[in-house]
Design a protein around this ligand. Structure first.
Ligand code: ADP
Length: 231
């Protein structure tokens, strides 16, 4: 079977006011991430980086263009089908992690596995293994009792639980102090590499560029035909 690109975007256009004629919030002519490829999209706040991630994840619908994740047009899927597809193929790491409070690290990762094809009987062992791999040795502790750095590890474990084709990370190091940032990025990048997932990181922190072979930029100015720099 031909291997799919992790991500393909063509002629994507999105604005929050669908009937407006103002500038696009996100305009991306063409963007492709190969299987396992890692790229940074860096730029100032308000450029539409988070919005682009929501579009790729199918949490927002574009007014024009196509987004293929692992060869599947995500916006053609509706309702529960799209949610299931997202759960299986896309991992997400947010700035504030969005872990389920009151639940342990183990339960947080097992919750993500509910979307997978992995048989239920294997969920616990798989989640434990992933958390061990990411350096969490107290998987039963409620996540709010973990340090910020540990919560980030849990968020990475959760994102990779279903063996996604693509991990989307929105300012994944912004909650961490500078000393922890490099280690956190190394952890995220290393874990994605180990699991064969492509990684798209968006951040205002241009210093992260040194960690990536590929850097993308986004232009969202009204009338500009182009978006992200082509591969
Ligand atoms: P970035 O991630 O680069 O900081 P965002 O994607 O968060 O940029 O925001 C891009 C633009 O869209 C900003 O001007 C922001 O104010 C606007 N925006 C973001 N979310 C919404 C929303 N839910 N409704 C309307 N406008 C929004």
């Amino acid at each position: 079977m031909a291997s799919h690109s992790a991500l393909q975007i063509r002629d994507l256009g999105f604005r929050y006011k669908p009937d407006g004629n103002g500038p696009w919030t996100v305009r991306v002519r063409a963007l492709e991430l190969g299987a396992g490829e890692q790229a940074l999209l860096a730029g100032p706040s308000g450029q539409g980086k988070s919005t682009l991630l929501y579009l790729i994840a199918g949490l927002l619908d574009p007014q024009q263009g196509r987004v293929l994740v692992h060869g599947e047009e995500i916006h053609a899927l509706r309702g529960a089908n799209r949610d299931r597809f997202r759960g299986r193929r896309i991992g997400m790491v947010f700035q504030t992690f969005h872990l389920l409070p009151g639940f342990s690290a183990l339960q947080n990762v097992m919750a993500a596995l509910m979307f997978s094809n992995v048989p239920g009987a294997e969920h616990r062992e798989r989640a434990e293994r992933l958390l061990r791999e990411l350096g969490i040795d107290a998987p039963e502790v409620p996540v709010e009792e973990l340090s910020v750095g540990q919560q980030q590890r849990v968020a990475v474990a959760r994102a990779l639980a279903c063996d996604p084709a693509l991990v989307l990370a929105d300012e994944p190091t912004a909650s961490l102090d500078p000393a922890a940032r490099d280690a956190a990025m190394a952890l995220l990048q290393g874990a994605c590499r180990a699991h064969g997932a492509a990684l798209l990181v968006v951040s205002h922190d241009t210093a992260l560029a040194a960690r990536f072979e590929r850097e993308l930029t986004l232009s969202t100015t009204s009338g500009q035909p182009d978006g992200a720099a082509p591969p």
